[in-house]
Design a protein around this ligand. Structure first.
Ligand code: SF4
Length: 77
């Protein structure tokens, strides 16, 4: 469960096969709350707990970025 009581707008919440809440992703694979022009979070003050804990530039962050790059390259190719 990643959604907490921080006020994430319903339109950005998706539900997995077990009913758990996740952040919705658009067809490009990125979070629906991400501004595609600025790459900034459009719900920064309401972002869920996991986003508050995730350190930008950390190992985990870089792995996620690489996996997304791989996903996008495979989707385009
Ligand atoms: S911090 Fe990133 S992943 Fe989290 S809600 Fe904002 S855009 Fe989505």
């Amino acid at each position: 469960m990643i959604i907490t009581d921080t006020g994430v707008p319903e339109k950005h919440i998706a539900y997995d096969e077990w009913g758990g809440e996740t952040m919705r992703r658009l067809e490009d694979g990125w979070c629906s709350a991400l501004d595609r022009e600025t790459y900034l979070c459009t719900i920064y003050e309401q972002r869920p707990w996991i986003c508050r804990e995730f350190e930008v530039g950390s190992y985990e962050c870089l792995v996620e970025r690489q996996e997304l790059d791989n996903y996008q390259n495979n989707s385009l190719g």
